[in-house]
Structure formats: structure tokens, C-alpha cells
Design a protein around this ligand. Structure first.
Ligand code: RET
Length: 275
């Protein structure tokens, strides 16, 4: 029996291609962003550079998983002259969940790094956040196995997962609230925007999870892959860029010259140092 509703329907050419294109765009966006993060990491002071390195890891990891999803999508369905119907293999979203076990800890840790938390404090907060995230993912993974066979189980596991999600958001909100004043270079307000972006992007994943419950159709499947793609780009790429921006601003405020240069705070030929 299939685990995911993607395998239940036939797709019009437009529906099939829309999903194919969304997945392919996701691959391209993550690998392009990888180049961006590699290039800008030299403007980030060494004490924040791990935050940008973590974005590189997230880009690679998500880029490869999406490459796999996009191949799997085109292998799983075959054109029968009118529609695309299920063929040799079956499609699964489960790979995404497994990937989150790696990417979410990276995303959370990079936030803690730019919050200027120190040694033991980072370790303590990261442990709580990662455990909550893993709890959320594992229960969500189990839940999605039931999306075809038993919607009640999908909803119950989803509710348990949401409890972990709430704990996670609560801890992140608190960390930001308490430590915001320790940020350099007026980035205390940018970090709230990061939190807002995170709340928006991360909430798209549970909506995608619930599609089998409220839109069990081929169009629902297209909507799900669209939500996943928007969520991926905002929660990893745009988020990573904001984190790196905060890292560069703080680097400059703390006197790191390459950061000052890229922000035009000092000239190349005439040194108008601001500190
Ligand atoms: C699940 C199950 C249903 C309930 C909730 C979920 C939350 C998922 C989230 C995923 C975030 C993923 C990210 C990936 C980045 O690479 C597991 C769908 C609340 C929040 C940020």
C-alpha cells in the first residue's frame, strides 16, 4: 500500500509539469544560494562564520534531497497519451522529513550563533531546540505514513508534533527576546524579522502535511509541492541570507574590516575608519 496521496491520482500534463518545475526550481535555488554563501562568507568575522558555513551545509543537503525528489517524481509517473499515471516506482515525501533531521538543527544553531550566546549557553539551548525539533519531525514522519490509510492517525500524530513545534517556537522566541539587546550594529530589530519569517515559513510545512485531510486531490498535490517549495526557499535561503546579513553587520560593528568594506563603511583607497 502507498503511504503518500501523490500515488493515488492521475495528473494532467500541466499538473505533472508544475510539480516537476517546482522541484527543479528548488534544486537550482539551493545550489545557486550555496555559491552565494560561499562567496560572502569571507565578509563574515571568524566568530560568526560558522553560521554562514551552516547555511552552506543546509543548501547542499536540501539541494540533493530536492534533486532526488525531482527524479523520483518523473520516474514514478508515465505519460499514457492523455495523463500521467503511476508507473514503476512510488513517490514519497518521507525523504524530506529525514532531511529535516539535519537541516533544522543547522538552522537553529546558526540563529544561536548570531545571537552571541556563549559556549555552554549555546550548547544548552541547542540541545533543547534540537530535541524538540527531532520530536516534531519523528512524530510528523510517523503521522504522514497514515495519510492514505487513516486520517485520524494523521491528525493525532500531527497534534503531538505540533506540541513540539510550539515548545520550539516558545524557546526561540524567548532566546531572541532576552538576548536581542546584546546584538551589535542595530541588528536587534532585524532578528525579530527573522523570527517573523521563520514563523511564516515553518507554518507552511504543517499546512502541507494536512493537505490529505482538506484537499485530497491532484490539485491538492500540486498545492502541497508549491507550499513545500515556498517554505524551502523562505525557511532556508532567505532566512540564511538574513542570518548572514546580521552576521556581517555585527562583524562590521565589532571592527572586522572586510565586513566594513563590503558595507561601504570604509573606502578602498582612503581609509575613513569609523571606530
Ligand atoms: C510536521 C508534522 C505536522 C505538524 C508540524 C510539522 C512541522 C514541520 C516543520 C518543518 C520545518 C522544516 C524546515 C526545514 C528546513 O530545512 C512535521 C509537518 C508542526 C515546522 C524548516
Amino acid at each position: 500500500m502507498f503511504t503518500n496521496i501523490e500515488n493515488l491520482f492521475d495528473y494532467s500534463v500541466a499538473q505533472f509539469e508544475a510539480i516537476d518545475h517546482l522541484l527543479t526550481m528548488g534544486v537550482g535555488a539551493h545550489f545557486a544560494a550555496l555559491v552565494f554563501f560561499l562567496v560572502v562568507s569571507r565578509f563574515v568575522a571568524p566568530n560568526y562564520r560558522v553560521a554562514t558555513a551552516l547555511s552552506c551545509i543546509v543548501m547542499l543537503s536540501a539541494g540533493f534531497i530536492l534533486y532526488g525528489q525531482s527524479n523520483l517524481w518523473s520516474e514514478s509517473f508515465a505519460f499514457n497519451g492523455t495523463n500521467y499515471e503511476l508507473s514503476d516506482s512510488t513517490f514519497s515525501n518521507g525523504f524530506r522529513y529525514v532531511n529535516w533531521m539535519v537541516t533544522i538543527p543547522c538552522l537553529l544553531t546558526q540563529l544561536l550563533i548570531v545571537m552571541n550566546l556563549k559556549g555552554t549557553e549555546i550548547f544548552k539551548k541547542a540541545t533543547i531546540l534540537i530535541l524538540a525539533a527531532w520530536g516534531m519531525i519523528v512524530t510528523g514522519y510517523i503521522g504522514q505514513l497514515y495519510e492514505v490509510s487513516n486520517i485520524t492517525s494523521l491528525l493525532i500524530w500531527g497534534a503531538v508534533s505540533t506540541l513540539c513545534f510550539i515548545v520550539l517556537n516558545w524557546v526561540v522566541g524567548n532566546v531572541i527576546g532576552y538576548n536581542r539587546k546584546h546584538l551589535y550594529g542595530n541588528t536587534g530589530s532585524t532578528i525579530w524579522k527573522v523570527f517573523g519569517l521563520m514563523m511564516f515559513a515553518w507554518t507552511l510545512y504543517p499546512i502541507a502535511y494536512l493537505i490529505p485531510w482538506f484537499m485530497n486531490s491532484a490539485d491538492g498535490v500540486v498545492l502541497r509541492q508549491l507550499l513545500f517549495t515556498i517554505a524551502d526557499i523562505t525557511s532556508k535561503i532567505i532566512y540564511g541570507m538574513m542570518i548572514t546579513y546580521i552576521a556581517v553587520q555585527q562583524s562590521a560593528a565589532r571592527g572586522y574590516v572586510p565586513a566594513k568594506k563590503v558595507l561601504n563603511l570604509v573606502g578602498y583607497n582612503h581609509d575613513k575608519s569609523v571606530d
